[in-house]
Design a protein around this ligand. Structure first.
Ligand code: UGA
Length: 432
């Protein structure tokens, strides 16, 4: 099938290259000239495991191409909208890119078409898009909602082997086309769930808000555990073994970041307020997440008391989670901004996110970056861990012992507390 994907961010590039891998002929459009030029030269704008290979394969097999031109993109009659919908100051989702893409399709469309919306949009947006398309009088344009559930770091796998594909449409012909598009994925199991457009839109928000709520719930319990001598690892195992609860997304820590959870929670709260509904759980989830950073910061400040200003700290992990160079809403970056004016120096290490962090922290004079995970540990007072990167779980103990104060603040509970303490290193985790 000939498909046009609009937007070459995370969702668009993963979606485009995977659709090409499934055998479709895909044109990816973006209005950014530099981005498209780079993609045409084989340069991928961010790190995502497996993405570069998929894109190169698609281009080599003539299944994938990139363009700025809607005229070219509109030769096809199946469109995926993969535009980002960042938070406005009010918390509302900014839909300007989505509607501007819709306008461009209207200007250039050349046949009856199907528009599949993958962007995360508030309830009712897909219907609004459909109304706009009524302006393209000469053609019939069906719009459906097909939210994405990709996680950064595992996005290719999530696309090629999804737990479910949500399709919001009442139209028989759209449903037929969607079945064809995803047919190669669906060979073994029936993973498609059909529903109304509104349910599909809300399913996306509900999924992200629920996952975020699980995290904040565990963070709330972690504070109780810590106060009463409990251990959050044991509690996670204890409740996670109940199949009604499930064991994933129960990791207490510094809280959630990234370009999705904070934005989607804010958008849902905004929608609730707009409808005069009282926000409850979701608003609390966000507040607990913000508080978690304060709790951790206080732990460090309390440990050093009036010595904090002379302290040199080493930090592992800058991205919002492992396996990505993405620092959007990264809790590590927020912590660094908070700590920097209070301490003598911060040395920052991350396997992937140094370049992006350098830009974000360029105004902090007492911050330096290193590609050596253990650089001059004897000059640092303590170590702070901010992401649950696997490599951090099994550190070189003899290096940790060089830390002046022999202390580790583990913001992701990734280290084995007993092992660390057995080596005479102080350990401060979360809820342990
Ligand atoms: C999230 C969802 O998991 C995807 O399903 C969704 O498609 C995506 O948002 C989106 O809306 O585009 P992502 O933002 O890539 O994916 O990251 P997650 O793996 O969900 O992690 C989010 C944050 O939660 C990270 O900062 C992570 O460190 C934190 N986290 C995760 C915890 O603190 N505890 C946990 O138990 C799990």
């Amino acid at each position: 099938m000939n498909i046009t994907v609009i937007g070459t961010g995370y969702v668009g590039l993963v979606c485009g290259s995977c659709l090409a891998d499934l055998g479709h002929k895909v044109t990816c459009i973006d209005i950014s000239i530099s981005k498209i030029r780079a993609l045409q030269e084989g340069k991928i704008p961010f790190f995502e495991p497996g993405l570069e290979e998929k894109i190169k394969k698609g281009v080599l097999n003539h299944k994938l191409n990139f363009t700025n031109s809607y005229k070219i993109g509109c030769k096809n009659n199946i469109f995926f909208l993969c535009l980002d919908t960042p938070s406005l100051k009010s918390g509302a989702a900014d839909l300007s890119k989505v509607f501007s893409a819709v306008d461009s399709i209207i200007e250039n469309i050349s046949s009856d078409s199907i528009v599949i919306n993958k962007s995360t949009v508030p309830l009712g947006t897909t219907k609004k898009i459909e109304k706009k398309f009524l302006k393209a009088k000469d053609y019939i344009i069906d719009v459906c909602s097909n939210p994405e559930f990709l996680r950064e770091g595992t996005a290719i796998k999530d696309f090629m082997d999804p737990e479910r594909i949500i399709i919001g449409s009442q139209s028989e012909s759209v449903i037929r086309t969607m079945k064809k598009i995803y047919h190669p994925i669906n060979k073994k199991r029936n993973k498609k769930i059909f529903m109304s457009v509104e349910s599909a839109e809300l399913t996306k928000y509900a999924a992200n808000c629920f996952l975020a709520t699980k995290i904040s719930f565990m963070n709330e319990i972690s504070i109780l555990a810590e106060t009463h001598g409990g251990n959050i690892h044991e509690i996670r195992e204890g409740i996670g073994s109940d199949s009604r609860i499930g064991s994933s997304f129960l990791y207490a820590g510094l809280g959630f970041g990234g370009s999705c959870f904070p934005k989607d929670l804010k958008a849902l709260i905004y929608e609730q307020k707009k409808l005069n509904l009282k926000p409850g759980l979701v608003e609390n989830t966000l507040q607990i997440n913000q508080r978690q950073l304060e709790v951790f910061y206080k732990k460090i400040a309390h440990f050093y008391k009036n010595q904090l200003s002379q302290t040199n700290l080493f930090i592992w992990g800058l991205s919002f989670k492992p396996n990505t160079d993405d620092i959007r809403e990264s809790v590590a970056i927020k912590l660094i901004k908070k700590l920097s004016p209070k301490v003598n120096s911060l040395t920052l290490y991350d396997p992937l996110a140094i370049a992006n962090s350098k830009k974000a922290l360029s105004n902090l004079s007492n911050v330096k970056f290193t590609r050596n995970q253990y650089l001059n540990f004897h000059k640092a007072n303590g170590l702070i861990i901010c992401t649950e990167t696997k490599d951090y779980a099994d550190p070189i103990i003899s290096e940790l012992q060089k830390l002046k104060d022999k202390v580790i603040f583990d913001g992701r509970n990734i280290l084995d507390k007993n092992k660390i303490e057995a080596n005479n290193i102080l350990y401060q985790g979360i809820g342990i």
